[in-house]
Design a protein around this ligand. Structure first.
Ligand code: GLN
Length: 502
């Protein structure tokens, strides 16, 4: 098997045994990026020197541990090459958020998650493409370029973490970080045929993640399989004094938890799986519905009890999400004023500098959200829109609380459709917003969710199964996902990356 195609856990075994070196692994992934990424366009910035420096340090630790017979005590990600979505800071490495307004900005500090991956031995390859400020579902809102889906280069990889998802799917990294405000880890994972996990709100520190909608945002792993997602979550999660919304609850050994699913013939016996009627809607792709229902059947064969459930306020999630996320974004993005970060278009007065910089620096989708959000928050409209939306947010959360009192896990599609053609929705914001119809409710409720491959459509495009659990139930979520993965082979299929004429 080629080195870039390895999972984290396979590579870690080979590294510990001395069968490969971290430098060889990193060089192999960099070579693949240099030969294939001109077709995929997953990366905005590459950091080969940083990567090779990290790999050399990993090789020193690996060598020493092998000599002392202590490889089992090495940090779990030693020598593993990662990609980071470009809304997360890496000290001294350009940060763009997919926007012109941050051109030239070098962050003076790294995000807590990046420090934690570093402490676990990870190697950083570079920064991946994203919709501008993580607003979008296709990477077409990036001010730089659109990333292509490795399964079909004429289609989108999903978004906003489309660069990270495409990089994982095309073996341009072993795993990657994304951020999920309304679906941006799970939806691109689904469209690219990889595993994506959005943790419980507060499980992972947001320090160093550029805020889009602070009460929704979470950083999550994009990985080649469930075991890798579990390994990454253990390395990333936990309280951070720099993020007061990060939770103090102890971090389980998520990978160790997977092994406990055991070899029983009915490993999911006793697990209650709820299937929400509201997540199978007219207009969704029939092949997606069929694949997800079949996946639920597999869970049942593995011993799970399947129950139909109802989440009655589901149809309100989309308008509530776009109203609240835009309101929070309008406040968060006020800091990009031409004075403090990146682009600065000097005008005759301070006010003109603000106007010029923001007019030139932000793209159309970001401006649309700022206007919508500022409107919803303004005196006279606040009660009718913002306050009302917050009230409905509580009802949506209550739906999940009631359902999750009856079942352990909810199973449904991640996206109503497989990867759509580049350009198909780019000029129609509403149809783009619909791409996240099955993912954004979880962010309103703060719940953990994940997407994993569960089939392919007639065009050989991947389909994702979404699993949802109660707050801080990531261990259960990962165990059910892993049991499903062990029983199926969808995660083993990889795209053959072709070339495209630009
Ligand atoms: N597509 C949704 C939006 O544009 C979700 C984005 C995200 O999760 N960052 O807001």
């Amino acid at each position: 098997m080629s080195l870039p195609a390895l999972t984290i856990h396979e590579a870690a075994r080979l590294l510990a045994a001395g069968e490969i070196s971290a430098t060889e692994l990193t060089e192999a992934v960099l070579d693949r990026i240099f030969s294939v990424d001109n077709a995929i366009k997953a990366y905005l910035t590459l950091t080969p020197e940083l990567a090779l420096e990290g790999a050399r340090a990993a090789d020193m630790s690996l060598g020493e541990a092998r000599r002392n017979g202590t490889t089992a005590d090495l940090p779990p990600l030693t020598g593993i090459p990662f990609a980071i979505k470009d809304v997360i800071t890496v000290e001294g490495v350009p940060l763009t958020c997919g926007s012109r307004i941050l051109e030239g900005y070098l962050p003076p500090y790294g995000a807590t998650v990046v420090d934690r991956l570093g402490a676990a031995g990870a190697v950083i390859l570079g920064k991946t493409n994203t919709d501008e400020f993580a607003m979008g579902s296709s990477t077409e809102n990036s001010a730089y370029f659109t990333t292509r889906n490795p399964w079909d280069l004429t289609r989108v990889p999903g978004g906003s973490s489309g660069g990270s998802a495409a990089a994982v799917a095309a073996d341009l990294c072993l795993a990657a970080l994304g951020s999920d405000t309304g679906g941006s880890v799970r939806q691109p994972a689904s469209l690219c045929g990889v595993v994506g996990l959005k943790p419980t709100y507060g499980r992972v520190s947001r320090y160093g993640l550029v805020a889009y909608a602070s009460s929704f945002d979470q950083i999550g792993p994009l990985a080649k399989d469930v075991t890798d997602a579990a390994l990454m979550l253990s390395a990333m999660a936990g309280h951070d004094p720099s993020d007061s919304t990060s939770l103090r609850d102890p971090v389980p050994d998520y990978r160790g938890g997977l092994q406990r699913s055991g070899a029983a013939s009915r490993p999911l016996a006793g697990v209650r799986v709820g299937v929400p009627g509201e997540y199978f809607i007219p207009g969704m792709q029939a092949e997606v519905e069929a694949a997800v229902r079949k996946a639920v059947g597999v869970l049942e064969e593995l011993g799970a009890e399947v129950h139909p459930i109802s989440l009655p306020h589901t149809d309100l999630a989309l308008p509530v999400y776009y109203l609240l996320a835009s309101a929070e974004a309008s406040a968060n993005l006020a800091r990009f004023d031409g004075i403090r970060y990146g682009l600065s278009e000097r005008g005759g007065s301070l006010w003109e500098t603000y106007l010029e910089t923001r007019s030139k620096g932000f793209g159309p989708e970001v401006k649309r959200r700022i206007m919508l959000g500022a409107y919803a928050l303004s005196a006279g409209y606040y009660d009718a829109y913002y306050l009302k939306a917050q009230q409905v947010r509580t009802l949506i959360k209550a739906d999940f609380d009631a359902a999750l009192a009856e079942v352990d896990v909810i199973a449904c599609p991640t996206s109503p459709v497989t990867a759509f053609p580049i350009g198909e929705r780019a000029n129609d914001p509403l149809s783009m917003y619909l791409a996240d119809i099955f993912t954004l409710s979880l962010n309103l409720a703060g719940l953990p969710g994940m997407s994993l491959p569960c089939g392919f459509d007639g065009k050989s495009l991947p389909i994702g199964l979404q699993l949802i659990a109660g707050p801080l139930q990531e261990e259960r979520l990962l165990r059910v996902a892993h049991t499903y993965e062990q029983a199926t082979e969808w995660h083993l299929r990889r795209p053959v990356v072709g070339t495209i004429e630009d």
